[in-house]
Design a protein around this ligand. Structure first.
Ligand code: NAD
Ligand code: IPM
Ligand code: MN
Length: 370
């Protein structure tokens, strides 16, 4: 039987609550579908800092490196607001992304039909929405050097973050965008700020050249990232695939999340390059939302983003496409039945907690898998 190694990093806040609902699906798939998932678990974020004084231990980094896929919950919270910058909870996530070279972050924003009324936009603007934001994840201002705060000695300090992009980084992320667009509606919109930033000028040039050379069958459009944000809330259905840098992608994907009804709905996949010999790629799957300290421990968090992230894991790491589709269908069916967590609650629906939502999705998944 194929062994599929999963490394679970539930993290802080609602991370562990959401991860528990995925664990149930993994157990079911192992016992009823002989899926062969072998799971191990580690600490990341504030809980890792409390245990070892670092946002992730070397031992857990090693396990993440060796796994077929990492499932990540969420990190952070007010408890760790005062800790040193280098060991803050978020540093654990950034290190995983950087050391595993997970340069391609796929953030789909799909508006399930039953949730069109939960969006902050008019239902007709989001009904049927299906966009894919491809965020560059290992470069840009998140990692560029220098990154410092210096005392200028005159009562002033200077903070520097550096936006850096090399040609190869822009090429590989745009190739992912063009390739995925070909499997969808064949259109890519590249967003940068070439009117202010040199990195935007290069980004635009590299995307344009790669398009001409290898992907001229795909429709390509360029948009300044601020205008792109505006278009996302004005007429989001005009987009198919959006490709953008690390920081713009962070912001635009939170905007896109709200179009779908709640941050609690948005999954993501972070992928590395395929290995030259085995074709396998390193991968981490996580919800777009954070640790939601305001609702942590109350059993009310929406586990759908985490469960949908596991569906992406089935698709991208294990080519279990039928299972991924069934799990996504199970989510849609549960929503169609009017079962809702508080964040997506609307009139006439029944409100449930995290565990009940997980149970409802699992039971729907079980009937779909027969
Ligand atoms: P957040 O995503 O944690 O929460 C924003 C709002 O959305 C909150 O009101 C929260 O209750 C709600 N929300 C988020 N997920 C939800 C869910 N599954 N179900 C229901 N409601 C949900 O963002 P924040 O408050 O800006 O950040 C809190 C902490 O999380 C910070 O420390 C931040 O750095 C961290 N963070 C971590 C990640 C990650 O681990 N990937 C992502 C974003 C933020
Ligand atoms: C995200 C988060 C992270 C980011 C933080 C927690 C480091 O906001 O995954 O969107 O900024 O990338
Ligand atoms: Mn973010």
């Amino acid at each position: 039987m194929t062994v599929r190694k999963l490394f679970l990093l539930p993290g802080d806040g609602i991370g562990p609550e959401a991860m528990n609902e995925v664990r149930k699906i993994i157990s079911y798939m192992n016992s009823a579908l002989s899926a062969g998932f072998e799971t191990d678990e580690g600490l990341v974020g504030g809980c890792a800092y409390d245990a070892h004084g670092a946002a992730i231990s070397e031992a857990d980094m090693g396990k993440a490196m060796a796994a077929d896929a990492v499932l990540f919950g969420a990190v952070g919270g007010p408890k760790w607001d005062g800790v040193d910058y280098d060991v803050r909870p978020e540093a654990g996530l950034l290190r995983l992304r950087k050391d595993l070279e997970l340069f391609a972050n796929l953030r789909p924003a799909i508006c399930y039909p039953a949730l069109a009324a939960s969006s902050s936009l008019k239902p007709e603007l989001v009904e049927g929405l299906d966009i894919l934001i491809i965020r560059e994840l290992t470069g840009g201002v998140y990692f560029g050097e220098p990154k410092t705060i210096t005392d200028l000695g005159n009562g002033q300090k200077r903070a520097i973050d550096t936006q850096v992009y090399d040609t190869y980084e822009i090429e590989r992320i745009s190739a992912v965008a063009f390739e995925l667009a070909r499997t969808r509606r064949n259109a890519v919109c590249s967003m940068e700020k070439r009117n202010v930033m040199k990195s935007g000028v290069l980004w635009n040039q590299v995307v344009t050249a790669l398009h001409k050379e290898k992907f001229s069958d795909v429709k390509l459009e360029h948009m300044l990232a601020d205008a792109g944000g505006m278009q996302l809330v004005r007429a989001p259905k005009q987009f198919d695939v959006i490709v953008t840098d690390n920081l713009f992608g962070d912001m635009l994907s939170d905007v896109a999340a709200m179009l779908t009804g709640s941050l609690g709905m948005l999954p993501s996949a972070s992928l590395g390059a395929p290995d030259g010999k085995t074709g396998k790629r390193k991968a981490l799957y996580e919800p777009v939302h954070g640790s939601a300290p305001d609702i942590a421990g109350k059993g009310i968090a929406n586990p759908i983003a985490m469960i949908a992230s596991f569906a992406m894991c089935l698709r991208y790491s294990f080519a279990m496409v039928a299972e991924a589709e069934a799990l996504e269908k199970a989510i849609a069916n549960v929503l169609d039945k009017g079962i809702r967590t508080g964040d997506i609650m609307s009139e006439g629906c029944s409100q449930v907690g995290t565990v009940e939502m997980g149970d409802a999705i699992l039971s729907e998944f079980q009937s779909l898998m027969g």
